[in-house]
Design a binder for this molecule. Structure first.
Ligand code: PMP
Length: 288
């Protein structure tokens, strides 16, 4: 039994669907030994994967960064996700996909001969943030970003993110806001947005942040609703003086951060830019 997960749920492993409690990988899998792999998390609403093409594009970018040939083509990934949704029996859920470099004698260097990547997929129960959660927003603390310099890769090597997230738990807040050399990067598992004088700001897309699928989406929604948007370096002071702070991720969708380091953000209530982007996000889901 794995605590918190129904053992009889169906997962995908290397071409087969099997019970979660029967899905096993080798202890020499390079994902286990080195964190040598990548993953994706795709939200599904009423049986429809949201922003699927963008998630699969990012999966391809992550695989290319690790020089792992994609084990499935685009149609294969789409079929796999559809099958996981159908077998999971949960119309609204999260689809987790993971690819590692596979199993080989332990050595840091890539295996010198072709090795089949390990491919894993599962559907997990998930509820989108409720009306109450949207109104309550989330709390955060600012911390130094101590992760590596390839945060743009959606790698399963997540120790820096794990330690960051635990700092939030230890401080009894929902998320961290990370700063590298005094500039905003991102959350432990989310992108962070600043609203200042009616303008939406985000850190630039580079190796210091993961380009969330919602990073592109919020840019589109801002353009549609006439909210000026700028991607640029943002100082800690600008974050602390923000009129609004927002967080985005597959699981959080878009939510307001209403307290930072124990102080209210702006008015301490969800702001007008949040409300507009939130409405746009909901409309995109409704149109799925
Ligand atoms: N940054 C990090 C470090 C993350 O783990 C995530 C969540 N996957 C995000 C940003 C947001 O990405 P997305 O919008 O694709 O969920």
């Amino acid at each position: 039994m794995i605590p918190g997960v129904p053992g009889d749920s169906q997962v995908y492993l290397n071409g087969e669907f099997l019970r979660l409690d029967e899905a096993k990988v080798s202890v020499l899998d390079r994902g286990f030994i080195f964190g040598d792999g990548i993953y994706e998390v795709v939200p599904v609403y009423n049986g429809n994967a949201f922003r699927m093409a963008e998630h699969l594009d990012r999966l391809d970018r992550s695989l290319a960064a690790l020089r792992i040939a994609s084990p499935l083509d685009r149609a294969g990934w789409i079929d796999l996700v559809a099958e996981l949704i159908a077998r999971g029996g949960m119309p609204t859920c999260l689809i987790y996909l993971q690819v590692t470099r596979g199993v080989y004698k332990r050595d840091h260097a890539f295996p010198p001969e072709p090795v089949a990547p390990t491919v894993f997929g599962m559907a997990s129960a998930w509820s989108p943030p409720s009306a109450e959660q949207r109104a309550r927003g989330i709390s955060a603390i600012g911390i130094p970003d101590e992760r590596w310099l390839h945060c743009e890769i959606k790698s399963v090597s997540l120790l820096g993110n794990v330690l960051a997230r635990q700092q939030a738990v230890d401080a009894h807040v929902d998320e961290v806001v990370q700063f590298r050399d005094g500039y905003l990067t991102e959350g432990s598992s989310s992108n962070i947005w600043v609203v200042s004088q009616g303008k939406l700001l985000a850190p630039p897309k580079n190796n210091l942040i993961l380009e969330g699928i919602r990073y592109g989406l919020l840019g589109e929604l801002a353009a549609e609703t006439g909210i000026p948007f700028e991607a640029r370096r943002i100082t800690r002071e600008e974050v602390e003086r923000a009129d609004e702070l927002l967080v985005t991720s597959a699981t959080k969708e878009v939510l307001p951060i209403l307290s930072l380091d124990g102080k209210p953000v702006g008015s301490g209530k969800p702001g007008p830019v949040y409300a507009q982007l939130r409405a746009g996000y909901d409309a995109r889901i409704a149109a799925l």
